[in-house]
Design a protein around this ligand. Structure first.
Ligand SMILES: Cc1cc2nc3c(=O)[nH]c(=O)nc-3n(C[C@H](O)[C@H](O)[C@H](O)COP(=O)(O)O)c2cc1C
Length: 197
């Protein structure tokens, strides 16, 4: 059944349990080709994507583990985290690291970060519409300059998110969202008199 945009937006859930099946590369590249139509100011298309799959996941695991070893002072906790990361990355077929360059000004930063979030949401919605699940993660290690260096980025590049993608093994129930009416102020009078919904 083909979903409308509204149905895709509302039904999409963050997926945290995945099936181990491999995902053909072309399916992800097709998603990225469509996701690139995200709005972006001055058509800077600020996003860069690094994709890890198959044996390549080992590089990612190693870099994350090194970052954890550097930043977690408690040795036992560090070991536990490293084991968990190994399991997590090995169990999911596709991992994307989505970055932007350190922008020249605050305005550019604002625009490029926002555009890249729109790009990421496009990836999430397109994946969902094709039966794939995504979790967008912002773990502590993405803020570690040495980690970014290890992955081959500039130390001051910004990782907007890591996206872990595969076939969903479990789709969680949606958590309630507040009505937008509590966040909406209507200004429809000539004089400054605001009205909540
Ligand atoms: C910017 C951003 C960062 C996120 N970081 C994490 C994360 O580090 N770990 C995680 O499990 N989920 C993360 N999420 C997913 C949110 O927790 C998830 O969107 C939220 O629980 C609502 O669930 P839903 O996406 O199914 O509606 C992140 C989402 C966004 C937009």
């Amino acid at each position: 059944m083909i979903k409308t945009i509204q149905q895709t937006i509302v039904s999409r859930r963050t997926i945290r349990k995945f099936q181990p099946d491999d995902i053909p590369l072309h399916r992800i590249v097709d998603i990225l080709e469509d996701a690139k139509w995200a709005p972006n100011h001055k058509l800077r298309e600020p996003w860069e994507v690094k994709l890890y799959k198959g044996e390549g996941r080992g590089q990612l695991i190693e870099s994350i583990q090194k970052s954890v070893a550097r930043t977690e002072p408690d040795e036992e906790k560090s070991k536990k985290k490293q084991t968990k990361i190994n399991q997590f990355i090995s169990d999911i077929p596709i991992h994307l690291v989505v970055t932007i360059k350190a922008p020249a000004s605050e305005k550019e930063h604002h625009e490029d970060f926002a555009a890249t979030c729109a790009f990421i949401q496009n990836i999430q919605l397109l994946s969902w519409s094709k039966g794939l699940g995504v979790v967008w993660k912002t773990n502590d290690f993405i803020f570690d300059p040495e980690f970014r260096d290890e992955l081959g980025f500039q130390r001051d590049d910004i990782i907007v998110g890591m996206l872990h993608i595969g076939k969903p093994a479990h789709v969680p129930k949606p958590k309630e969202r507040q009505s937008i009416k509590g966040k909406l102020t209507i200004c429809d009078q000539a004089v400054k008199k605001q009205q909540s919904f």
